[in-house]
Design a protein around this ligand. Structure first.
Ligand code: SF4
Length: 75
């Protein structure tokens, strides 16, 4: 799966870091670092983290969907 975090919107509340610590980490007080292509085994944790983000900064896409869309566009 794929994650995109809007780092302008992110306020560093760290809800995502508690709920999916393998994918999201705070570096310093406010800088969020994240894994853009986490293992699909972390999917449930990541979806919970995205739902819990107070400013809805986390977008998730399944990589397979993105690839299918790309293939359809280039056909
Ligand atoms: S929960 Fe949202 S606002 Fe908080 S650190 Fe994560 S992405 Fe940023």
């Amino acid at each position: 799966m794929r994650i995109v975090v809007d780092l302008v919107r992110c306020q560093g509340y760290a809800q995502c870091c508690f709920l999916a610590p393998q994918a999201f980490k705070l570096a310093g007080e406010e800088a969020l670092v994240y894994h853009p292509n986490p293992d699909v085994a972390q999917r449930q944790q990541i979806l919970r983290a995205a739902a819990a983000c107070p400013v809805q900064a986390i977008r998730t896409d399944r990589l397979e969907d993105a690839e299918l869309t790309h293939e359809a566009e280039s056909a």
